[in-house]
Design a protein around this ligand. Sequence first.
Ligand SMILES: *Cc1c(COP(=O)(O)O)cnc(C)c1O
Length: 300
Amino acid sequence: PKGDRLIKLNTNENPYPPAPGVAEALKHMDIDRFRKYPDPAASDLVHALAEYYGVGDDQVFVGVGSDDVIAMSFLTFFNSDKPVLFPDVSYSFYKVWADLFAIPYETPALDEQFCIRPEDYYRENGGVIFPNPNAPTGRALSLAEIEDLLQHNADCVVIIDEAYVDFGAESAISLIEKYENLLVVQTSSKSRSLAGMRIGYAFGSETLISTLEAVKNSYNSYTMASLALAVGEASIRDEAYFRETCRKVAATRDRAADELRALGFEVTPSLANFLFATHPKKAAPEIFSALREKGIFIRY
Ligand SMILES: *Cc1c(COP(=O)(O)O)cnc(C)c1O
């Protein structure tokens, strides 16, 4: 949408500006660096992420937003004749990549409360992927449920897409040491207010990460721009601001949910930075159009 008096809620961007450390890094950016190719290993960003999340540098992979990281992971890890599994109501791009790369898939239904049923993922499959919290529902699995799912899927790669984890769910990064087949994907787009910079990353065993690196380097060694590498590193190092803005977004989410319920909406409990709601009397397309007239953009 174009215009200046808009409230744009439809892609879950962060309302707060990027961390002050990002502006600082831009001010001190030596533009002569742009003459040369960026570091293909993205070592400084990888190291900052490894330090922050308490993993080894060889357990971190970075890319042009998590969409790039996930697409590369589909290409690298999902190549069985058995179907990849992801929820029927989930991030719409999974289906697109599976179709593009000709990967068979099946989509188990969520339960009545819009929750993922871990037992649906216990059957034979060619890989598993789901967001935690899930989008667009905002519902999350506990770490115990994720661990259970991993124990039932030792022979395939399990990808947890943690695009919204910083707003209240538990990260599975702590499990990568124990499960060699677990890949945890995160992004700077939502919780770090950097959607425009295209910075995403994945955490996993050295085996998964070096395999991803090998595929990436057979395809495009220089995925991330020098500017994005510097901005990503500065953002990771500015922890206090990050914690504070995530806390504020979560508080606003809960207050907005209460207000919507007071207006008669049914709102699914959310651990993300968005709300999944329905109204018993008004149809979603009507609500969508009425809000759009007022310059407020949502999804239905
Ligand atoms: C936003 C989003 C992404 C992609 O984010 P990037 O901007 O590409 O990092 C991936 N998965 C889910 C579930 C998302 O909502």
